[in-house]
Write a protein that binds this ligand. Structure first.
Ligand code: GTP
Ligand code: MN
Ligand code: MN
Length: 404
């Protein structure tokens, strides 16, 4: 038994944007459990519950040591009744029964598989499940009409569900830099998203593009995309135009959190470099065609042949010299660049908390375009993230400590 005097009591700020959250998480047993419930809530269109679990997980990520007793959590913010019940379960039993049963549920498994397809969100997945579609095979057999994104997502399913490494992100960064320099010399490319926060892997790579001369960036995205396409770097792309209206005295008041930059959701075709090739042993990479084909001769039945053909396809895929990687490109005018960098660096919860802080504590509206002070009824201009934190009355938190 641990006496109360022996357990450290933490003091933690209630907004994630007031805290320093590195990737060094001392409570991953607890945060994994809460994150899974958050994900399940989000996939079930229960956003309120999702945010509550995310906030609880984020609070635990910011603690300097491992939690071993419920008494250490007394008085801490962000921990609702439900989250506390899950934490207690994990501390006492090693696992949370709710998490375990969620993980095992047919619905959660199907939601994971189906939303693992690029272009498929919770709503679509839910509709498919109600029609009896639980996996990719059933989806293919169902004859559902897929849009262009979903078709690409299904085609590159395995690649896109394989985490992107930092080395791959850097390789893509070089390509994007080259594209941008070719179509508009002087343009700048910034890595944003999880990789800017120091993560070693990600589900995609995020870039923000700008030009030091205001206005030069107009129409840049289609040119960049055309260059990438002409060089064979794109497997899929969807570009959306900038819809952020400039009024006479500055950018329009941010109407929602949705940002309206020129942006491009894409799938890159990344040629594997030697050091990025699979880390499988040499002999496996040396597989000869005859080794793969020979078993076909021994197939006695159609079913066996089908199995062998599947194996062959898998072998062929493992020898692929390129792979598909999700890439997000965003173009911002230099006047909004600091807000765009801040908005696209994440984490998602950190961003949400920044906006909540701005609104609730400062009577300001923050977006990826601008910061509006509702009291003074004016925009606050900034050329760096530091300035934005200062306007918000927050201590500056560097990207590596925004991993809430
Ligand atoms: P992984 O990609 O999973 O490694 O994590 P990530 O943190 O990079 O997530 P993601 O690529 O989904 O998003 C990166 C940042 O961009 C996050 O801060 C998001 O909030 C932000 N973001 C994503 N989509 C949008 C959008 O449509 N508008 C705005 N303003 N921000 C977005
Ligand atoms: Mn990302
Ligand atoms: Mn992204």
């Amino acid at each position: 038994q641990i006496s109360e005097a022996e357990v450290a009591l933490f003091s933690v700020s209630s907004y994630a944007c007031q805290r320093r959250t590195t990737l060094d998480n001392h409570n991953s047993n607890l945060t994994d459990a809460l994150s899974l419930l958050a994900e399940n809530a989000e996939l079930s269109n229960e956003d309120g519950r999702g945010v509550a679990f995310r906030r609880a997980a984020a609070l635990l990520k910011a603690l300097p040591t491992q939690v071993i007793s419920m008494s250490q959590l007394r008085g801490l913010p962000c921990l609702g009744e439900h989250s506390l019940r899950v934490i207690k379960d994990v501390l006492e039993n090693g696992v949370s029964s709710e998490v375990e049963s969620t993980k095992e549920s047919k619905r959660y498994k199907a939601l994971k598989i189906l939303t693992g397809i690029f272009g498929v969100g919770a709503k679509t997945a839910d509709r498919w499940i109600r029609e009896g579609i639980y996996n990719l095979e059933q989806l293919r057999d169902s004859g559902q009409t897929l849009n262009r994104a979903q078709k690409a997502g299904l085609e590159h399913y395995d690649d896109l569900n394989e985490p992107v490494t930092k080395a791959e992100a850097d390789a893509i960064g070089e390509i994007v830099q080259k594209a941008v320099n070719s179509v508009l010399p002087g343009s700048e490319v910034a890595l944003t998203g999880g990789f800017r926060r120091g993560k070693l892997t990600g589900h995609d790579v995020d870039f923000l593009i700008t030009h030091p001369e205001e206005g030069k960036e107009v129409g840049l995205m289609p040119k960049v995309v055309a260059w990438l396409e002409s060089q064979g770097f794109l497997l899929y792309q969807k570009t959306t135009r900038n819809s952020y209206l400039e009024s006479k005295d500055g950018p329009a008041r941010p109407a929602s959190n949705m940002d309206r930059f020129e942006r491009c959701f894409s799938i890159f075709k990344l040629t594997k470099r030697k050091e990025q090739e699979s880390t499988q042993p040499e002999e496996q990479n040396d597989l000869k065609t005859e080794d793969v084909l020979r078993p076909h001769m021994q197939a006695d039945t159609d079913q066996q042949l089908c199995e062998l053909s599947k194996n062959y396809q898998m072998e062929a895929a493992s020898h692929k010299i390129w792979r598909a990687v999700r890439v997000d490109l965003v173009v911002s005018p230099i006047s909004q660049f600091a807000f765009a960098v801040l908005g696209w660096t994440g984490s998602k919860l950190f961003e949400r908390e920044l906006r909540r802080w701005a609104g609730h504590e400062k009577n300001m509206s923050l977006s990826s375009h601008a910061l509006f002070d509702n009291t003074q009824n004016k925009y606050l201009r900034a050329t760096s993230e530091e300035e934005i934190f200062a306007y918000l009355g927050l201590e500056y938190i560097p990207p590596s400590e925004r991993n809430a």
